[in-house]
Design a protein around this ligand. Structure first.
Ligand code: GDP
Ligand code: MG
Length: 597
């Protein structure tokens, strides 16, 4: 296809404003799938995405559209994740496109990620078409929402397109707007090949699949290509595209998006953001690529069954290939044995990786409390970056500690403002800005990330009944009065439960953890003491009293099958036990305790 007939665009929006549904309608209208093949959110291919109703990986689809001008156009559409933790996926999708459809829910208006995403699109020099979605709903107020988009974001909405991704209303106008208002890509078919490595993942049938956006030259099967950053060279064995079905094609031309496979097995050969060029005719310079993602939340993952360690390593490798924002390295813990310290972009990212490991790779895992990266300035003048509370140095050697702070943007209906301000205050936040747009307030706060990784997001959602939205960027490192909080079970420190906290929060956290553990640890044959301590000083204490262990006692010998079930259950429980000194703690107690922070 001639460049002027190509449109590459991303769909960006706050979560739940209808990106995936809109993508479905565009695919259906352009005939990418037959009616009988359509199912809701076809691009959300992972099970977890379907169940949670969110898009994690950015997805790309090529569509054919015959416009009113009588010409045939090629659309390359990228659906993007809306959640704050996946901003990186958004940024690389944007680097592969020239324009964005900014979807805003006509019943909700601008939210925190609407703003975050649109700023990224503006940074990527995108042409932006505002799309007001869900106009089929009685509560839709497109005019108010357009006004709000103008007021808060400052982009013109006079030719915004009103649509319903659900009913298909307005979709023909949107397709025309894509043709007439988004720019075509630029590129030179005769120049040396230059293609951006947008994403890569492992496919059981094809092996490692690489998603590319060709800038100059072409990519075809048999061509020897070089990955400019890693220096690896490979022969392309297949070139294809997603419609969203996988289709093998002859070649990819300038401005086009598609995939290649090249017999790649090694993760390190595919670096997202790398430039692919022709080995026989090298490009002079690589493409600018994009900023690597930096993990900000860390936790350790241990297999419940030590024999699964190698399987865990392989599985983490597979996931890292599919998700370049995820990092891991081997570590060992006195209590939990061999495992991996893992870095994530945020809490949801962490939860999803854990869930995928358990589901797709059939692993049983123990995860430690999430932690951020601290900078420990020592008395000898060196700086230690602390990724794991277990490596916390001797306090005598510490001069001061710095922690990461974020700049958070919160949108909320006015009525929840009071409790949200109180929450930010309780989490050591300082207010930078508070403005009103309609009946909604926008708050800008500086907060220590450490206070946010625990349960800030959950609390925010519950006190605002789900109406507040939240987004953040890392802002600075600042000195704080931080201490290591240890949890002791019968005087044995449980390294997996230790954490770094602000001194002012230590008692609250410690007491909370001890109380929770008391509820979670089943009574055993002897008393169990649970303590929280800073250094040698105990700041909270609980006791689990002793009980008899025979769980079948209350069955009165009558119902055999019930008795068998109980015994089986107990056996199942045994597998998931961890030994602490004299005490066995069920894994579920850790997970539950670690969940609440
Ligand atoms: P995403 O998170 O932006 O990808 O949003 P989804 O496409 O997953 O949609 C979120 C929810 O809104 C789903 O329950 C959709 O069925 C619903 N939805 C999406 N578009 C429309 C629409 O135009 N009208 C109505 N009534 N519901 C919609
Ligand atoms: Mg989605």
């Amino acid at each position: 296809t001639d460049l002027s007939h190509i449109r590459n665009f991303a769909i960006i929006a706050h979560i739940d404003h209808g990106k995936s549904t809109l993508a479905d309608r565009l695919i259906e209208t352009c005939g990418g799938l037959e009616k009988r093949e359509m199912r809701g959110q076809v691009l959300d291919s992972m099970d977890i995405e379907r169940e949670r109703g969110i898009t994690i990986k950015a997805q790309t689809v090529r569509l054919a559209y015959k416009a009113k001008d009588g010409k045939d156009y090629q659309f390359n559409l990228m659906d993007t994740p809306g959640h704050v933790d996946f901003a990186y996926e958004v940024s690389r999708s944007l680097a592969a496109c020239e324009g964005s459809l900014l979807v805003v829910d006509a019943t909700q208006g601008v939210e925190a990620q609407t703003l975050a995403n649109v700023y990224q699109a503006i940074d990527a020099n995108h042409e932006i078409v505002p799309v007001i979605n869900k106009i089929d709903l009685p509560a839709a107020d497109p005019d108010r929402v357009k006004q709000q988009v103008e007021d808060v974001i400052g982009i013109d909405t006079s030719d915004a397109v009103n649509v319903s991704g659900k009913t298909g209303l307005g979709i023909p106008d949107l397709l025309e707007a894509i043709v007439t208002r988004l720019p075509p890509p630029k590129g030179d078919a005769t120049a040396p090949t230059k293609a951006l490595l947008v994403d890569s993942w492992y496919d059981a049938y094809l092996g490692v699949v690489i998603l590319v956006r060709v800038v100059d030259g072409t990519l075809k099967a048999g061509q020897k290509v070089r990955f400019m950053q890693t220096g690896a060279t490979r022969d392309i064995d297949r070139v294809g595209m997603f419609t969203p079905k996988r289709v093998i094609i002859d070649q990819l031309n300038p401005g086009e998006m598609g995939f290649i496979t090249a017999g790649i097995k090694d993760i390190s050969d595919t670096k997202v953001g790398d430039t692919i060029t022709d080995e026989r005719r090298l490009a002079a310079e690589p493409l600018p690529g994009f900023k690597p993602s930096i993990p900000v939340v860390f936790c350790s993952l241990f297999p419940v069954d030590a024999a699964q360690f190698e399987h865990l390593r392989d599985s983490l490798g597979r996931l890292a290939l599919n998700d370049s924002s995820f990092h891991f390295e081997a570590e060992s813990s006195a209590a939990l044995g061999f495992g991996f310290r893992c870095g994530f972009l945020g809490l949801l990212h962490m939860e999803i990786i854990q869930e995928r490991l358990e589901r797709e790779f059939d692993l049983d895992l123990i995860a430690t409390a999430p932690s951020v990266v601290y900078k420990i300035h020592k008395t000898d003048g060196t700086i230690q970056e602390l990724y794991n509370p277990a490596d916390f140095p001797d306090v005598m050697k510490i001069d001061h500690i710095q922690e990461p702070w974020i700049k958070a943007t919160i949108f909320t209906p006015d009525e929840y403002l009071g409790p949200i301000l109180a929450l930010c205050q309780e989490r050591r936040g300082s207010q930078i800005e508070m403005t009103y747009a309609g009946a909604r307030a926008m708050l800008v706060y500086k907060l220590p990330l450490n206070e946010v990784v625990f349960d800030f997001y959950d609390r925010l959602k519950s006190i605002s009944r789900g109406y507040a939205s939240f987004d953040y960027t890392i802002d600075s490192y600042e000195e704080g009065d931080l201490v290591k909080l240890s949890i002791l079970v019968n005087n044995d420190p449980v390294d997996a439960l230790s954490m770094v906290v602000h001194r002012s929060q230590a008692e609250r956290r410690g007491r909370h953890l001890c109380e929770r553990l008391k509820e979670l640890i089943p009574k055993q044959l002897f008393k169990i003491a649970i303590q929280a301590a800073i250094g040698g000083k105990v700041i909270a204490r609980e006791t689990v009293s002793a009980m008899r262990k025979d769980v079948t006692a209350k069955c009165y010998g009558g119902d055999i099958s019930r008795k068998r079930k109980l015994l089986d259950k107990q056996k199942e429980g045994k597998k998931r036990m961890r030994q602490f000194g004299e005490v066995e703690i069920p894994q579920s107690a850790f997970i539950a305790a670690l969940r609440m922070g």
